[in-house]
Design a protein around this ligand. Structure first.
Ligand code: COA
Length: 396
């Protein structure tokens, strides 16, 4: 076996966005606070018939070959805005996409970090049984109180990745640096649809976690920063990457001398246009870097930092495969982002803040344009459907 890593990647974000130019007007503040100080331009807004499951299924659909459908051994669904306290959101995706039944399906949660735990577990499963493929999905809707400081960082989206032996895109290195600490910087009690956050504390803990995870990575024999060509940070808002780069450069000292802010700039393009996607954010950033970097990254090393409030941080590295460009979906991603529609303030607020309660039966008119959507709620069950077809009901 010549290595394990990301063999394929696809992202999905809803068809609608709210412009931060409109949000600054609503909030009556200087536009540069959001556009420069926070570094966001648009937030993706899910219509009522879109949730973390439909977004996930729409992210996975382009990856699905018959061979993958038959050989996937494990589905790991990472989310912090899950739709059920018991059943894994991954099982809805498993049903919608007709994955083989001889497969384990599980949901992972640890704020914005959990997809990284999913990828590391997936890589170890594949190292043990190289014929298997693992599907890691991250899907989230980032929702804060209306009018709060966090509102400008909201967003929605999903990423799906296939982890395999001999990957076509990215080979993961075995060393990773870890840091965990019990802290209340961001959390969402079960009764709430919006997050509680101590924003300034969350930035401090993020940066402390980065320095600690980096030190752990180096202690365990990880590469010096001098051997890293590009960086990709968890981006709750794109300006956070600037703070992360400064903190990592300080921690790494002279090893960072060859790097400047251009080393992470391409990883910010999608996040700036989509907003925070919690567990998906780092990997949407990675996809942005691979899709949009003008240089050929084949053979180059990427350093990745994953952070989830609460808090867990992980620093790890990966090597880009020589022919990776042939296997990207850059044009499809560009078309998806370019064809989105701008929402007015009233529709944004109605859609973003009136998330449908599962307690009442409801049928959703089709607003989303993905292949899969939330069609109805019946008897406290979510009913999903392929677009323009009858609702798909889970087997009794
Ligand atoms: N032009 C340019 N920059 C401006 C500006 C203007 N007119 N007005 C403010 N800024 C800058 C500030 O200087 C600051 O920059 P800095 O962070 O480099 O110092 C930045 O914009 C943010 O301003 P601030 O006053 O700190 O914003 P805020 O109090 O509204 O809160 C967050 C910002 C990130 C804390 C808030 O959006 C939040 O809670 N987000 C959710 C939690 C989160 O994403 N945490 C991240 C770690 S997981």
């Amino acid at each position: 076996m010549t290595g394990v890593g990301i063999d394929d990647i696809s992202i999905y974000t809803p068809e609608y966005y709210y412009s931060l130019h409109d949000l600054v007007i609503a909030h009556g503040i200087d536009p540069n606070k959001y556009l420069v100080g926070i570094g966001q331009e648009r937030m993706a807004v899910p219509p009522p018939d879109e949730d973390v499951v439909s977004m996930a299924a729409n992210a996975v659909a382009p990856l699905l070959t018959r061979q993958l459908r038959d050989t996937v051994s494990t589905v790991i669904f990472a989310t912090e805005s899950g739709i059920d306290q018991s059943k894994s959101a991954g099982l809805f995706v498993h049903g919608l996409l007709g994955l083989n039944p001889h497969c384990r399906v599980v949901e992972f949660k640890q704020a914005c970090y959990s997809a990284t735990a999913g990828i590391q577990l997936a890589a170890d499963l594949v190292r043990q049984r190289p014929m298997e493929k693992v599907l890691v999905i991250a899907s989230d809707i980032a929702r804060y109180e209306r009018g709060s400081e966090g509102e400008c960082t909201q967003g929605a989206g999903a990423v799906a990745m296939v982890i395999s032996a001999n990957p076509r895109l990215l080979e993961l290195h075995p060393v990773s640096g870890l840091y965990s600490v019990d802290v209340m910087d961001f959390w969402r009690p079960n009764h709430r649809s919006t997050a509680c956050v101590d924003g300034k504390l969350s930035i401090d803990v993020y940066l402390r976690s980065l320095a600690e995870a980096w030190a752990d990575y180096r202690r365990k024999g990880g590469l010096p920063l001098g051997a890293v060509d590009k960086l990709c940070f968890h981006q709750p808002f794109t300006r956070m990457a600037k703070k992360a780069f400064a903190a990592l450069s300080e921690a790494a000292g002279s090893e960072a001398a060859h790097l400047d802010e251009s080393c992470y700039a391409d990883s910010q393009i999608y996040g700036r246009a989509i907003g925070n996607t919690y567990s998906a954010s780092l990997y949407i950033g990675l996809c942005s870097l691979l899709d949009r970097c003008g240089e050929d990254l084949g053979g180059r090393t990427i350093g990745l930092f994953s952070y989830g409030s609460g808090a867990v941080g992980e620093f790890f590295t990966a090597t880009v495969k020589p022919q990776y460009r042939r296997h990207l979906r850059a044009e499809a991603h560009r078309a998806m982002l370019d064809s989105r529609r701008r929402l007015d303030g009233r529709t944004y607020a109605a859609w973003f803040y009136d998330a449908p309660s599962q307690a009442e039966d409801r049928v959703f008119p089709q607003e989303s344009r993905g292949r899969f959507r939330l069609a109805a709620i019946e008897g406290q069950r979510r009913i999903y459907a392929a677009a323009s077809s009858e609702p798909a009901r889970a087997a009794a």
